[in-house]
Design a protein around this ligand. Structure first.
Ligand code: NAD
Length: 333
């Protein structure tokens, strides 16, 4: 199969080549993202392999179909960047990597919490300047705190287990309950109760029409003053403008984000020699209680290996016409 692999980073090629045994599939790597400007590159291919930063709206998908593309294969779990309705209409299959290493993301969410709490990033810089003062480095114990988890799928489940290990009380909100988590002592509550009671909230649900701007000014008006909000899921689940307002009134005491609403123009790029035109991320970066990482939660050796293995196995399933749970199907409401 001839596959156009978009948004390829240098670190991905070796992993993909490793699992593409005997060069079974003809992989052509493009550094560029797949969008309306680059879609013409897909002529002559059977499939496209994409990342979260590629935007496949109805127009792009129509052009993919005209190019003869029959498969869109995501190297990610989330698929909110693909217009599923348009793909179904154009008879293009969509596949993804549903769970490659939920621990990688759950552990990164934990790293954001601990860094914001214990201020190790500030201590590191300070000590390098021979400043050994403890001024403004005070944190709080995680033990005994109430953690609110939105979405208890693969990643949320791994995250709940880590927080239980710290001795936290874990509250969760999901449209379905996990028996395993209930047995472990996780309590499912309404979104409102979670907002009102959690000291730390970590987001692990997908971006959908329902979860778009789930954390808006109304939600922030209900949270505990000084709470910590962590988002390793998708940027648009938080209304950035409302988050900035809540940071200014100290309703949000700490914000740790690995994802951001306008990240496709910023993340995965070295912009150190350019002027960033996005005023909202600039404002976020000006707060000393905000920690931003560039969508790196998945970025572990184990996760990259597994993403590549499953991505190539998706090409094989498509070619062999075997059914797989990795296919994303349009839900008819
Ligand atoms: P999953 O499908 O296993 O779990 C998602 C859970 O969210 C499910 O239990 C689902 O029922 C629940 N959910 C759906 N709508 C909800 C709502 N309105 N309110 C509460 N819960 C709701 O997915 P996962 O593998 O755990 O991944 C979760 C998200 O993490 C992905 O959708 C993706 O956006 C993000 N992600 C980020 C990175 C990263 O590097 N930062 C990497 C992988 C995944």
């Amino acid at each position: 199969m001839k596959v156009a692999v978009f948004s390829t980073q240098y670190y991905e090629r070796d992993y993909l080549n490793k699992y593409n045994c005997e060069d079974k599939h003809q992989l052509t790597y493009f550094d560029a993202s797949l969008n309306e400007e680059t879609v013409t590159l897909t002529k002559g291919f059977n499939a496209v392999c994409i990342q979260v930063t590629d935007k496949l709206n109805a127009n792009v998908i129509k052009q993919l179909s005209q190019s003869g593309i029959k498969l869109i294969d995501l190297r990610s779990a989330g698929y909110d960047n693909v217009d599923l309705e348009a793909a179904t209409k154009n008879k293009i299959k969509v596949m993804r990597v549903p769970a490659y290493s939920p621990q990688a993301i759950a552990e990164h969410a934990t790293a954001l919490i601990l860094t914001l709490d214990r201020k190790t990033h500030k201590a590191y810089n300070r000590v390098r300047e021979n400043n050994f003062s403890l001024q403004n480095l005070m944190g709080f114990n995680l033990y005994g705190k109430t953690i609110g988890v939105i979405g208890t799928g693969e990643i949320g489940t791994a995250f709940c287990s880590i927080m239980l290990g710290f001795g936290c009380k874990v509250l969760a909100n999901d449209i379905k309950k996990s028996k395993i988590l209930l047995q472990k002592g996780v309590e499912y509550v309404s979104f409102e109760k979670l907002l009102e009671t959690a000291d730390i909230i970590s987001i692990h649900c997908p971006l959908t029409e329902t979860t778009h701007h789930l954390f808006d000014s109304t939600a922030f008006s209900k949270v505990k003053k000084g709470m910590m909000l962590i988002n390793t899921s998708r940027g648009a689940i938080i209304d950035t403008k409302a988050a900035i307002a809540a940071l200014k009134t100290a309703k949000i005491g700490y914000l740790g984000i690995d994802v951001y609403e306008g990240e496709e123009n910023i993340f995965s790029k070295d912009l150190s020699n350019t002027v960033i035109k996005d005023d909202q991320i600039e404002r976020l970066m000006s707060f000393n209680n905000v920690l931003i990482t560039p969508h790196q939660a998945f970025f572990t050796e184990e996760a990259l290996d597994e993403i590549a293995r499953i991505t190539i196995s998706n090409f094989n399933s498509f070619e062999n016409k075997t059914t797989t749970a990795n296919e994303v199907l349009l839900k008819i409401e």
